[in-house]
Design a protein around this ligand. Structure first.
Ligand SMILES: [Zn+2]
Length: 343
């Protein structure tokens, strides 16, 4: 018997990942602040997330798993918690195309790429987990196949990965005349998690393309430039190295600050800590790993917080990041960063 949050479950051989507890803790805080629509837990496994959502966030949940053994376990676990709910044993894409759900949670084994289109048809709110980080942040062959995007490993891979995932969801949502509004996006250990609103509007879905584009990256000096769709970047960096273009990816905001503040006011402990870090991040897609820049310059890195303050004192936007202790986000160019690091 496993106790997580207010739920108790037995796994009976069905996959349960205790390392995702913090993720589910955060999900419950987020679920609680949202409109109380019925959630489709499209890949329920033991049912842990859905059961917690019923017990902790007051949500009505429809469960689904393609594995009949998992369905048995979900039913048992619902009973164990004194709950009753609809449980389906379907291939998720087919279920999502058949029955409309306003909130869909996609937490599959591996890549969520194949499920996004079916979810976009009816969802007004979408929660997605991705564990294929390699494909999203550094492995070109996999990202091209799964996400129709080109990626290379940069000095801040997770900034790229989260934005490739959101960019992919945005491009697919536009097929259904919808636009996305990220509520929160984070990475921890071996997964990415995004929660987003989807709004139907032909004009807004077109306007959304202004937030899609490429990150132009110099693999030698780490310079990054943002290039919107339709713009032509320079071929070479100022240091003489050929640029790499990554994307298409999401260049817009990664969070809804007002929503996040509400969530934070009810959070505690480790959850609160990570949420505050995310809230403090600036929305700029240009991020840099200070330690890697310093090692190229043959210097030791200053404390990240101090360096952020230094950039701010020079009039630049800057922040730490939740995904890496040595990484910053800033609108300052690489030559400014280098100059300040050398000073
Ligand atoms: Zn360069």
């Amino acid at each position: 018997m496993i106790v997580e949050g207010k739920a108790k479950i037995s796994t009976d051989g069905i996959f349960y990942n205790p390392r995702m507890k913090l993720c589910r803790d955060l999900d419950m805080l987020i679920y609680s602040e949202l409109e109380k629509n019925t959630v489709l837990d499209a890949f329920s496994a033991t049912g842990i997330r859905g059961i917690r959502a019923m017990l902790e966030a007051g949500r009505e949940v429809v469960f689904n798993d393609a594995n009949p053994k998992a369905v048995e376990v979900i039913k048992k676990n619902l009973q164990l918690n004194g709950l009753s709910a609809e449980v389906h044993c379907r291939e998720a894409t087919l279920l999502m195309r058949e029955i409309p759900f306003r909130h869909i949670d996609i937490d599959p084994f591996g890549s969520p790429a194949n499920y996004i289109e079916s979810a976009c048809i009816s969802a007004e709110f979408l929660s997605v987990t991705a564990t294929d980080l390699e494909a999203l942040c550094c492995k070109n062959s996999a990202s091209m196949r799964k996400y129709s995007a080109v990626v290379f490993k940069t000095d801040t891979p997770h900034e790229v990965g989260l934005r490739v995932l959101l960019g992919y969801i945005a491009r697919i949502s536009a097929r259904f005349e919808k636009k996305i509004e990220p509520v929160i996006a984070w990475t921890k250990e071996h997964y990415y998690r995004v929660h987003l609103r989807m709004k139907r509007s032909t004009s807004l879905s077109l306007k959304m393309f202004e937030k899609l584009g490429f990150l132009v990256y110099c693999p030698k000096c780490f310079r990054k430039e943002v290039v919107k769709l339709g713009e032509i970047p320079e071929r070479k960096c100022r240091c003489g190295t050929d640029y790499l273009a990554l994307g298409p990816l999401w260049l817009g905001e990664l969070k809804d600050e007002v929503f996040l503040e509400k969530v934070i006011s009810k959070a505690e402990g480790e959850q609160k800590k990570i949420l505050i870090k995310i809230l403090k991040e600036i929305d700029s897609p240009t991020s840099y790993n200070i330690q890697k820049i310093c090692s190229r310059l043959g210097r030791s890195a200053p404390p990240t917080k101090d360096f952020v303050e230094k950039l701010e004192s020079q009039g630049f936007k800057a922040s730490t990041t939740h995904y890496c202790g040595y990484c910053i986000k800033t609108d300052a160019k690489i030559e400014v960063i280098e100059k300040l690091l050398k000073a």
